[in-house]
Structure formats: C-alpha cells, structure tokens
Ligand binder design. Structure first.
Ligand code: UN1
Length: 496
C-alpha cells in the first residue's frame, strides 16, 4: 500500500528527521490502512527547531498583537473551509466518530476567533504611583520560545488551545504532536502557514516522548512548556522543567463523576451518562468514569443504562451510523481490559461489555465494548484510577452529602456533573465539588473554549487553558516612568 511521507516543519522548511527514520500512523479501525509515515525525530531535530524558533522570536515579538491576531482570523476561516476534510483525516488517524472529529475541528475554529480577540486586549493594569509626577503600569510580555506537547484524543483542538494564545502573545513555538495523531497537527499548522504565520514562528517536531519531548523540556532556550497528557508523564515533564526553572502548564488525568439524585430527570441523566462515558470511546480527560446513583433511582437507572450501552453501535468512525469508534491503539485496549479484570477481582460486577472485539469487521482494529461495572465501592481501584477507555463504574449512595464526599474522595479533580431539579443542592454542589469544571444537568464533557479549562489536585498544577491561557503564555513587566526630572526614592522621599 502506498502512503504519504510527512516531514518536520523547521524554520519554514519541511525536513525529514536527521535519523532518516519514520514512524507509521495507522488507522485504529483498520491497522492495514496506513495514514502516513511521520518523522522519528530526536534531540538534533529539536535543536534545529528551537534555534529556528529563537531566530523568529526576534521579529515576531515586535509584530503588533492585533496584527498577530489577524493571522488567527484567517486561520479560523481556512479551518471552516477545510473542516470536513480535516475531520475525515482525524477520524482515520484517531478513530473517534465523524460527528466528534467535526466538533474537534470546530473547537479549533472557536479558539481561533476567541483568541484573535485577545490581540486587541492583552490588557495590563495602570496604577497610581506613590510618588509625584511618576507613572506606573504593567504590561504583558511574551515568554519567548515555548514547547508544546499535545495528546492524541483531541488532536486539533488541544494543539489550538496552546498554539493560538502562544502566538497572539508574541511567542514562537515548537510543537510535538502525539505520535498516534500527528496528521491533525500537521493540518492545523499547514493552515496557520497558509494564513501567513512567518517561517520559524511555528515548528513541528514529530517523534516519541523520549526522542522529542524530553529534549524539548530540557532545552535551555525553551522558556515554558505546556503539556497535556497522563499524570505519570506530566510528573516527569514537571520535574525535568523544574531543573531549568521553566514555567510548566500540566493538564492531566481525571476520574470524573456524574451524580444522579432521586429527583433528577432520569432520561436526561441517562443521555448525559452515555455521552459522557462512551463519547470519544471514553478517551477524554473529562470522560464520565464514575456514575454516582442515589438509592431511590439506582436500580431503574442501571437497567436502562445497561440496555442502552449494549445497543450502541461500534465500528469505524468513518461510518456515519456508528456511535462508538475504536480505541486509539492496542495498549489502550490492554489498559481497558486490565481494569475490567482488576474491578472484577475487587468484587465489582460486569453488567455489560468488558471485552475487546476481535472478530469479523473488528479483527483489524482496536475495539473495546462499552462496559458498565456495577457494585463498585469508592475505595476500589476502578473507582479511583483513570482508565481512559469505554469503562464506567456505578457507585450507589444514600445522601447528597455522601455523594459529594465520594465524588471528592479521589486524587483527580477535573470535571463533575450533578443531575437534580433542586436548586439548593445544585448551588451547594457548585461550591463543594472539588473540580475545575462542574456541570449541572449536563454531562462531564463539553467544555467551551472561552471558559477556563483545567483541574485541581493531580489533574493539573494550577494553570488553565481557554480563559487563563494568556496568563501562562505572557509574563508581567512593571514599568515606571518618572517625569519629575529629579531622583525620587520610593518608600523614602514620600515619607517626609
Ligand atoms: C479532554 O477531555 O481531553 O470538554 C478535552 C470537552 C472537550 C475537550 C475535552 N471540549 O469534552
């Protein structure tokens, strides 16, 4: 089978990895379908990319921010024109269904138009000086060369969350896409190039975490790192970045709970649970992986959820009638299968699913059945650890306070959802749930780009994407202008 060979983008040129080696990008619904060969890069390629980004920074930082933003407006319009093609490419390399990959491209379009507006804001503050005839203000400065490390589950949206605010703020970028899904990042970056991003302002270096990610994180000329991925890799990234005092934004795992109270609209809660747990085949950091059911509705809800989970159509995401696509690669399937085993050994019950699908139309792909586990208790590993697959645990509770305590009893804190008609409980939950995002009567997935995205506890290290990304990609400078024509000593001359 013939397939295209892609290259790194370094200083405006498309170059192969110095090693000459490539990695194959396979369709997870059919591993005989090769999407393309991508460079298998290493430290020497990172070196060239960082040097190119450093050179481009000298001029990009001086382009007025509203002008930088115009590139994003043009990119947003081009993405609208290319949406259908890019969604197909993404389903082919990542697996999720077309409706969702269209949504992923749409998220990048939304981000382009949202962040373009920041080009005319990037506000600082002015403050009165304590001294006469002295002016005090604070301005946002770019950080410099930034390193961006992105995951495979939102292969265009998440790169856009990082690239667009970094660019509008005047930084230059080296991006390492996930090795499972580099094509969507290529499509995004090619669009930015077509929209007028100058050479060297964005560089792509493709390869593995150890080949590209580590040298990027450790490079002394890289001034900040923004990473989205697992908590174990994030911990490594954070520690390596700390060695060179780099600011690092980490967005990592979740174990997101949907709470359903007795008074909830059950059909709505069911729709939310199915979408939250099995949308993107459960491979979202915001995916619903625990459903907390109040005793009064637990049996009825469980029965309906299991029936609907069993009825979901699984297959290639390119088939418009399919509801659940494949998992991205064999190792994700192994993780799902091993967590089912762990859960059963701990005493949970398998209510449906639980197995990889390997026969007939599924034989060439990495498919896993939508899986519902009942009888889960809050201390089991399946109730505490991230699976990142189509596996959801049902936990029963008696009181609202107990539900909040269970929801909060884990190490993660990304997204939570509460289904109820009781406004008092809704507001109490908004206050008490320990998560960066809380939904009322909506599933744990579905964040919009112009709100803060990120979590507490082991989900992140305090930074936010969306509203908040500009804070990460800029650094404050305080500027004082003394127009008194004499030396004025702060804290001294104004004290007489
Ligand atoms: C992720 O969960 O990995 O909120 C990102 C959502 C999407 C982004 C999810 N807009 O579900």
């Amino acid at each position: 089978m013939s397939y295209p060979t892609y290259r790194n983008l370094i200083g405006g040129e498309w170059l192969p990895a110095k090693s000459g080696k490539t990695l194959l990008n396979l369709n997870p619904a059919d591993h005989t379908d090769i999407v393309g060969a991508f460079p298998s890069s290493h430290a020497e390629d990172v070196e060239l990319a960082v040097a190119a980004a450093k050179k481009a920074y000298a001029t990009w930082r001086l382009v007025p921010a509203p002008k930088r933003a115009e590139v994003l407006v043009r990119a947003g319009i081009l993405l609208q024109e290319r949406k259908e093609k890019f969604a197909h490419d993404m389903t082919r390399e990542m697996g999720k269904v077309l409706a969702e990959t269209r949504g992923d491209v749409q998220e990048a379009i939304d981000e382009a138009f949202y962040v373009a507006g920041e080009g005319r804001r990037l506000f600082g503050v002015t403050a009165p000086s304590e001294l006469q005839s002295k002016f005090a203000m604070s301005v946002r400065m770019p950080v410099g060369v930034v390193g961006l490390i992105t995951p495979w589950n939102f292969p265009m949206a998440i790169p856009s969350w990082k690239l667009f605010p970094a660019l509008v703020a005047g930084n230059t970028c080296v991006i390492k896409p996930a090795s499972d899904t580099p094509l969507s990042t290529y499509n995004l970056v090619q669009t930015l190039v077509d929209a007028g991003v100058p050479a060297g302002v964005i560089n792509i270096v493709c390869g593995s975490g150890s080949g590209v990610g580590t040298p990027l994180v450790e490079h002394p000329d890289v001034r900040a790192i923004s990473f989205t991925g697992s908590s174990s890799v994030g911990s490594h990234v954070g520690q390596r970045a700390a060695a060179t005092f780099k600011p690092v934004s980490l967005e990592m795992g979740g174990k997101n709970a949907q709470i359903v109270l007795n008074d909830a609209n059950l059909d709505l809660a069911l729709d939310g649970a199915l979408w939250g747990a099995f949308g993107t085949t459960g491979q979202r950091c915001t995916a619903t992986s625990r459903i907390l059911l109040q005793k009064g509705i637990a049996a009825q809800f469980t029965e309906k959820l299991v029936a609907r989970a069993k009825a979901l159509k699984i297959g290639s995401g390119l088939d418009e009638s399919v509801e659940v696509g494949p998992q991205v690669n064999p190792s994700q399937i192994e993780t799902s299968a091993s967590y089912v085993e762990i859960a059963l050994a701990e005493g949970a019950q398998l209510l449906c699913g639980g197995h990889a699908l390997t026969e007939g139309a599924y034989a060439k792909g990495t498919f896993f059945e939508p899986t519902v586990l009942g009888g889960v208790t809050p201390t089991m590993r399946i109730a505490r650890e991230e699976v990142f697959g189509p596996v959801v645990s049902l936990i029963e509770f008696e009181t609202f306070d107990e539900a909040i305590a269970i929801a909060n009893s884990i190490d993660y804190g990304l997204s939570t959802a509460l289904y109820t008609k009781d406004v008092n409980r809704a507001f109490a939950a908004m206050r008490d749930l320990e998560s960066g995002i809380t939904y009322i009567n909506a599933p744990t997935i579905g964040a919009e780009v112009h709100l803060p995205f990120g979590g507490v506890k082991q989900t992140g290290n305090g930074h936010r994407e969306g509203l908040g990304a500009i804070d990460f990609f800029t650094t404050w400078k305080a500027v004082y202008v003394d127009y008194s024509d004499k030396l004025q000593r702060a804290q001294i001359d104004n004290q007489q």
